[in-house]
Design a protein around this ligand. Structure first.
Ligand SMILES: [Zn+2]
Length: 329
């Protein structure tokens, strides 16, 4: 085998693999959408709420060690005591009648006579039916969600997901974009976890992308604007939560995109503000350090939130954004 052929083989294999993964993902999303819409027809709960709950639970399970990893098509998970009833002697009960007697939540959604928490239709039907007791309009759905999760943040995240699914009419909201224009003059390196002095001992929870004042800052994802305003460390900043329940934080901005407000839906590549040097003092403080975008990423597990290193993601999105721009030309 010549070197050229070996190179070709190594070079193309991962690409084909990536395309196959993408195709599998598209098929999976299609299958999920069919189930969500079926449940909407049976229960009157809008598909985007059902999809939002399922997605919230999928994300939580991926990052929590005390919950089983999501298997199969759905993310929603019912602990056995919730499904079959807390004092049900058979915690693997699939009989709808005995589950009902023991005050379990589990129901039969696909009409096979069994209430199986591992069956997608049974699981989603059960949840949608629970919500339906509260009503199917948005205010009542939020009350139902609060009663179930007992956490304001969970309700906020789920209603945000529902808003995004409704607005875009698709489950495929995973695209990302580099936060600065690729043609701008910028530089960044991996400094996550470095010590930071100002305002007490802290670690650096992000990546600093150095660029001139006024350079455009774009949303890195499909998401909901969750935070906008001043903080003595971050200056003028914006926080956006994406469909993976990752929180994207943009700090030290010079200003915001016109009309952008909390609760707005944004797309990857949408203008949200510009690079500045705001922060390290009372509102309006600027120029205490060279202009840069402080970009942070945070993960939520249903209980707490923590920072992780955005640098590898920025590198990936920079490459993907460049490839997309080339493909358009
Ligand atoms: Zn920073």
């Amino acid at each position: 085998m010549s070197i050229a052929i070996i190179f070709l083989f190594i070079g193309t294999f991962p690409l084909q693999n990536a395309a196959a993964v993408q195709k599998d993902q598209a098929k999976l999303l299609e299958e999920r959408m069919i189930i969500y819409k079926n449940i909407e027809v049976i229960t009157n709960i809008p598909w985007y709420y059902i999809a939002a709950v399922d997605q919230y639970e999928r994300n939580i399970r991926k990052v929590r060690k005390d919950l089983p990893d999501p298997e199969g098509i759905l993310g929603i998970y019912f602990p056995p005591e919730k499904w079959s009833g807390p004092i049900n002697p058979n915690q693997a009960d699939t009989n709808p009648k005995s589950i009902l007697i023991f005050n379990g939540i589990g129901m039969d959604g696909n009409g096979d006579g069994k209430a199986d928490s591992n069956n997608p239709e049974d699981a989603l039907y059960t949840f949608a039916n629970y919500l339906h007791k509260y009503g199917s309009d948005e205010d009542n759905l939020e009350i139902g969600l609060w009663d179930y999760y007992k956490r304001d943040k969970a309700v906020g995240i789920i209603t945000g997901f529902a808003k995004m699914y409704k607005a875009f009419g698709t489950l495929d909201l995973y695209e990302h974009h580099f936060p600065l224009p690729l043609r701008a003059n910028y530089s960044y390196r991996d400094t996550w976890g470095d010590a930071r002095g100002w305002g007490g001992r802290r670690i650096h929870e992000g990546t600093d992308i150095f660029a001139d004042y006024g350079v455009n800052v774009f949303s890195t994802c499909y998401g909901i604007v969750e935070l906008k305003g001043w903080n003595k460390y971050g200056g003028w900043r914006i926080g956006i939560r994406d469909i993976n329940n990752t929180y994207h934080y943009f700090g030290h901005l010079n200003g915001y995109a016109k009309d952008l407000k909390i609760g707005d839906i944004v797309r990857p590549g949408q203008l949200i503000g510009s690079v500045g040097s705001s922060g390290y003092g009372p509102p309006g403080t600027s120029g205490k350090f060279p202009p840069h975008l402080h970009y942070g990423m945070y993960k939520d597990n249903g209980k707490t939130e923590w920072s992780f290193d955005p640098y590898p993601h920025l590198k990936l999105w920079e490459r993907q954004t460049r490839q997309k721009a080339r493909a358009r030309n």
